[in-house]
Write a protein that binds this ligand. Structure first.
Ligand code: CA
Length: 237
């Protein structure tokens, strides 16, 4: 199956370069040059992945992402020129799946695209396998007052369900299944995000911060997700 990618970029030269390189990889590429076109195209094409520039004429990338997120489950890789935007890019209100900062090498971009599509295929396979659920085998991890239900992808603390973004869930699950091990940011990034290039370990820190705010009694003095200085993090339970 040829995967469909929607590329949204207002700079003509960049749009053509990226488009050319994606086609070389065998992807079916559609392009849009502003936010309005992006939304229309996404609705009619139903792409497998969207590469979305942040700064766009009329409707910007944030708004495009926010609108489409409500309508479809579409992986979005955000192209941003400012690293100061990363928090917002990954933030709750919009939640891009990944980002890449301009300027980037085509090799890096293609590797991110591959990683996202590989992840999507895995999720689709899992969903097919889960078509006939077997409740008796549902794996539930109980760590003190924290319960991680991997079947329902639900986490509860003191018997109250807490709202986690998909990546926060994946991260928590990974940490919880590697209890008491000092895990480096690079390893976490590779295992949870599946990136081949460990260029964005700040993503790990941002998600850890969000998780701590949700599962720690005092996120300033965490005792579940502990910082291991010079290494990364350790899940104490
Ligand atoms: Ca732009």
């Amino acid at each position: 199956m040829t995967e469909k990618i929607l590329l949204v970029e207002d700079e003509l030269a960049l749009r053509e370069t990226i488009s050319y390189n994606l086609k070389q990889q065998g992807y079916e590429v559609f392009t849009a040059e502003d936010g309005e076109q992006a939304i229309e195209q996404a609705r009619s094409i139903r792409p497998d992945l969207m590469l979305l520039d942040l700064m766009l004429p009329n409707i910007d990338g944030f708004e495009v992402c926010r609108i489409l997120r409500r309508e479809m489950n579409l992986p979005i890789l955000m192209l941003t020129a400012r690293s100061s935007e990363i928090d917002r890019v990954l933030g709750l209100e919009m939640g891009a799946d990944d980002y890449i900062t301009k300027p980037f090498s085509m090799r890096e971009l293609l590797s991110r695209v591959k990683a996202q599509l590989r992840r999507l295929r895995m999720i689709r396979n899992e969903m097919e396998q889960q078509a006939e659920p077997q409740p008796e085998t549902k794996p539930v991890l109980t760590i003190g007052n924290l319960v991680i239900d991997t079947f329902r992808r639900e986490v509860s603390l003191n018997n109250e369900v807490i709202a986690l973004k998909p990546k926060e869930f994946d991260l928590l699950y990974y940490l919880a299944t590697h209890r008491r091990a000092a895990l480096s940011r690079d390893v976490i990034l590779r295992e949870v995000w599946g990136w081949e290039y460990a260029g964005g370990t700040r993503t790990v820190d941002v998600h850890i911060r969000w998780l701590r705010e949700k599962i720690e009694d005092d996120s300033a003095n965490p005792n579940r997700i502990v910082t291991v200085h010079g290494v990364g993090y350790r899940f104490e339970g």
